[in-house]
Design a binder for this molecule. Sequence first.
Ligand SMILES: NC(=O)c1ccc[n+]([C@@H]2O[C@H](COP(=O)([O-])OP(=O)(O)OC[C@H]3O[C@@H](n4cnc5c(N)ncnc54)[C@H](OP(=O)(O)O)[C@@H]3O)[C@@H](O)[C@H]2O)c1
Length: 241
Amino acid sequence: MNKTIFITGAARRIGKEIALTFSEMGWNIIIHYNSSKKDANDLAEQINSVNPDSAKTVQGNLDIKEDIEKILNDIENFFPSIDLLINNASTFYPTPIEEISEDHWDNLIGSNLKGPLFLIKGLKEKLKGSKGSIINITDTNLIKGIANYSIYSAAKAGLEAITKGLARELAPDIKVNAIAPGAMLEPPGVEWTEEQKNNVIKSIPLNRMGSEKDIAEAVKFLTFSEYITGQIIKVDGGRSL
Ligand SMILES: NC(=O)c1ccc[n+]([C@@H]2O[C@H](COP(=O)([O-])OP(=O)(O)OC[C@H]3O[C@@H](n4cnc5c(N)ncnc54)[C@H](OP(=O)(O)O)[C@@H]3O)[C@@H](O)[C@H]2O)c1
């Protein structure tokens, strides 16, 4: 029986690369999206043209509890099992302290922390049945503090705390780990100047930006590592050193 990976925010960028990487290994793919319907459908079509009926899409806003319940209902009968949950979806924008509103809080905590937690809660029994795993995508930059991003940072730090706590709570049935990317892609909708990019690269010992592939490879590594749980793997070219 083919295994199934469920990836949030998988229509584009890093989530899409994880989907393609696991599809190459013959896995079934559940592509979650919120607003990128066309990208999600195109990706499912691309995957299904190679592995027929192996990709399905599901929509939902992870800020909204009812949407999370809808997602869980929708995917219930997509495939016989769920073996791997990747909490990848994320909202990312600055919130300087003097401008912070409760809406910012709800939005950044929703996609980065609340959504992942309630998806894990809803998929726990399925993952237990498949002896599956969970990988939460966090952020290596938390360690040094990110000015103007206090809510985003708090959400990702919370996700790392959940990773460790649930690794204990859900053991030995489900492995729970996190991957903390460094500078992989420019933020969505932002284009850095050459100078900005060079400054970022200067701060990275391996002397290059990361790529979607670097994260997908780390997801693969953790998925097939049978004796790793509760860990946060930094995939950042040494930037956090
Ligand atoms: N890119 C980097 O260099 C970098 C660095 C550090 C950490 N990370 C982490 O790595 C992961 C992937 O990064 P990325 O840059 O590929 O992510 P991204 O493009 O910023 O976001 C991925 C997807 O998250 C979905 N999303 C956002 N808010 C949502 C909500 N409220 N409900 C449901 N879905 C929502 C969006 O889906 P729709 O498009 O369908 O709306 C979006 O396409 C993220 O967790 C990010 O924090 C990335």
